[in-house]
Design a protein around this ligand. Structure first.
Ligand SMILES: NC(=O)c1ccc[n+]([C@@H]2O[C@H](COP(=O)([O-])OP(=O)(O)OC[C@H]3O[C@@H](n4cnc5c(N)ncnc54)[C@H](OP(=O)(O)O)[C@@H]3O)[C@@H](O)[C@H]2O)c1
Length: 329
């Protein structure tokens, strides 16, 4: 049996290109004692993939040339010689951009079909949903009546942050890169949204949050982070979740206005969702409940076919899709 894969064919320089990756066929992996074989059904197209394509070590090793591109995937166990895993079980994990993956079970999440469809376990019920949940509730500590500003708001992390913040009684402002995305955010329950491509973030925050922002949930970094720092309320929390504006740059721009943290008596804190792995099941149950009750909603864009994975990754950075971007294998 052959295993179709998308491998890294060249190290990206600046903006990732589809031809940094290539379709490759390899023999399907052999199953050994203690392992499970997963047939991937959906690949998750996440911003961090670009970061993982850089050489060297950050919080995770960079993908090697010739190796399948690292990504989260959702699939079904098709053979198991590992305790606790059975054929037909739904699982998610860092299975890579390929049809079949072998795993020893570490980092593999077992999904309950009762919580939602398999693809949802890569979005609002998966790693991005967990990022929103723990990033906002644990790092942001929202209090009713506070103002929360979320950038990159039309992605699954941002929209979920905004919706949870509303459930906690906060006033929520989002920024996104088109008027259509902003309309979607207001329909999804945000109090206000602005298009950062047509209105500067500083001006928009002065208009929409004249008393300042209590929580800034930062998905993009760069100039947006700097503008948010100018608009902090006293005691504000700034949650550094991601840096969408920086991942394709060779050097990341740091914040110039960091002294505003001092004057606001604020907190600047970083988030790695994997630190909460042991608490994921509780969060999945709560998010699944909110989804069923219609308190949280989500949007998926599913590209058909493994071979479209490289184009989908490029499209993610062009802002061409919003909600959760997936590739059906
Ligand atoms: N810390 C953690 O553990 C953790 C875990 C998961 C995710 N994250 C981070 O969470 C953030 C959101 O993730 P997501 O999956 O929901 O992503 P996403 O919003 O779906 O990412 C794609 C979007 O990024 C925006 N974008 C692209 N280039 C940009 C630029 N130069 N400046 C500003 N925005 C740009 C585009 O939206 P617009 O059209 O609106 O610009 C695009 O549609 C990312 O930074 C990700 O790395 C962190």
């Amino acid at each position: 049996m052959q295993n179709q894969q998308i491998v890294l064919s060249g190290r990206p320089n600046g903006m990732v290109k589809a031809n940094d990756m290539a379709l490759h066929s390899a023999p399907a992996p052999e199953l050994h004692e203690g392992q499970l074989l997963v047939k991937n059904h959906f690949l998750s197209v996440d911003p961090a993939i670009r970061y993982w394509l850089n050489a060297g070590m950050t919080y995770i090793r960079g993908v090697d040339i010739g190796e399948p591109v690292r990504c989260f995937a959702a699939g079904e166990v098709v053979a198991s010689r590992a305790d606790g895993f059975f054929v037909g079980q739904w699982v998610t994990g860092l299975f890579g951009a390929q049809e079949y993956a072998i795993s020893d079970g570490s980092g593999v999440v077992r999904c309950d079909p009762a919580d939602g469809s398999l693809s949802l376990h890569l979005g609002v019920l998966g790693m991005p949903g967990m990022t929103a949940y723990f990033g906002l509730l644990d790092k942001g500590q929202p209090q009713a009546g506070e103002v929360v500003f979320v950038s990159g708001a039309a992605g699954v992390v941002g929209t979920t942050v905004g919706q949870i913040a509303r459930l906690k009684g906060c006033r929520v402002i989002g920024s996104a890169g088109s008027d259509e995305k902003c309309r979607y955010l207001v329909e999804a329950g945000f109090d206000a949204a602005f298009n950062y491509k047509t209105e500067g973030t500083d001006a928009a925050l002065k208009r929409l949050a004249p008393g300042g922002v209590h929580i800034y949930f930062d998905n993009v970094g760069g100039d947006t982070l700097d503008a948010a720092l100018l608009n902090l309320a006293r005691g504000a929390r700034v949650v550094i979740c991601g840096a969408l504006s920086q991942y394709n740059e060779s050097a990341y721009a740091g914040p110039k206005n960091y002294m505003k943290i001092l004057t606001a008596r604020g907190i600047l804190t970083g988030l790695i969702v994997f630190d909460y792995a042991l608490q994921w099941p509780t969060a999945v149950r709560e998010l699944a409940g909110w989804l069923r009750e219609g308190k949280v909603s989500t949007r998926e864009v599913i590209e058909p076919g493994l071979k479209h994975f490289p184009d989908a990754l490029v499209r993610l950075y062009q802002g061409g899709a919003f909600g959760k971007l997936l590739v059906a294998v």
